[in-house]
Design a protein around this ligand. Sequence first.
Ligand SMILES: [Zn+2]
Length: 137
Amino acid sequence: MKENGGWFRRFWQKIKLGLQRFMAGRYGTDKLNTLILGIGLALCLVSMFMPWALVKLILVSLSYVFMGIAIFRSLSRNTYKRYQENRRYLALQTRMKDKTHKYYRCPKCRQSVRVPKGKGKIAITCPKCKERFVKKT
Ligand SMILES: [Zn+2]
């Protein structure tokens, strides 16, 4: 029995080491991946209750696409790009939760500018390139 346990531990360590080696330099998972995977699983779940074959097929295919993207992202070696994607997603999340501000993009340099809501028409000065533009908030 003791012999067996040792064998299993060695085997498990080998798997862990192999996995670590495999994931070295790869991106792994993040908040955005959790969302993508969640959507994929939700679609898969919904498809199970679909009585129409065509809709079911579409939902299942979509769920595979989402899960495929999640797997691709976690195995990706382009960590910088994946990090940027996650950063954009987190920024979008903050924006959607923020009820007291409006977000605009500077028409000149595309910098995102945050302004308080409910002030009527105001002139906004871009903090980056100092371009001025008028928006309703
Ligand atoms: Zn600007």
